[in-house]
Design a protein around this ligand. Sequence first.
Ligand code: SF4
Ligand code: ZN
Ligand code: ZN
Length: 325
Amino acid sequence: MAVNTGSQQCSICKRRKPFFYRPYSGERLCRTCFVKSIEQKVKSTISKYKMLDFDDRIAVAVSGGKDSVSLLHVMAKIEKDYPKASLVAVSIDEGIKGYRDEALKIASENCRRLGVEHHVISFKELYGYTLDEIVQKMQGAGGKKLTSCAYCGVLRRKALNVIARKVDADKLATAHTLDDEMQTILLNMLHGDVLRIAREKPLTDEVHPNLVRRIKPFCEIPERETALFAYVKKIKFQSIPCPYASEAMRSDIRLFLNRMEAKHVGVKFTLFNSAEKIRLAIEGLMAAKNLRECSRCGEPTPQKVCKACELLEQIKNPGSCTPIL
Ligand code: SF4
Ligand code: ZN
Ligand code: ZN
């Protein structure tokens, strides 16, 4: 994974020998500075999107793969900056013979190493069937069938929420990387599902008390760097792919994005910024559709109090306000 860095000194510490070249920033980093840079980037993503409150109980979704195990290690470190917060790991056992059993063992080992509690919930106990059984059952059934990943994805999403609630989590952290996020954005577009872009955010909205808010602290880290992080930190993770992995279109998009990034450095980040603008525009349109009456003047507004009343309040009490820009 290490690359020819062509320089004798790390761009940050100016002392150690670099082992990694980061094309989109032009930095050449030594191992120590690379690890620190990932931790710093995750911290800044967390604060940029206000992902954490000081006393959050954070559940990290750990599948045993490189991204989720790396996230657990990074979050175990960051959590120390929040003395009133606590960390717990949660895993879903979908019931995929010969695959998930090993991944769960690796997830547990990492939790033990970090001294983090680990809770597992299975499809079998929650839904009465393992994923293997569901796939088998559906293969025998007639009519329109979904892919194994479609069943797995929907059932896992719910299972994660159930277990996050069970462990009293305020936030559920998932290890989606910049690459995962950008693939999903393009997939949504290619499926004609543009409005979904507004739902996939770095911190989900508080929409229902039973829906644990999700955070994606790795959303600005390229997948290549999460893998390198695991390698440098000698973190154990599962590398064999799921036997049902079949998302043909996602693989094509992954290849396309990687080819684009190699030719036009930084396009993944440009796409990330474009997605944010699209998300804001969609939210604006939705808000326009959901106007209500201002609780003070009765004029239509997407907020509880309209902007004019908010401004008037500030004008009345100039000392106590921050100006609206
Ligand atoms: Fe589930 Fe598909 Fe992922 Fe396998 S590849 S764990 S079936 S979503
Ligand atoms: Zn260095
Ligand atoms: Zn239901």
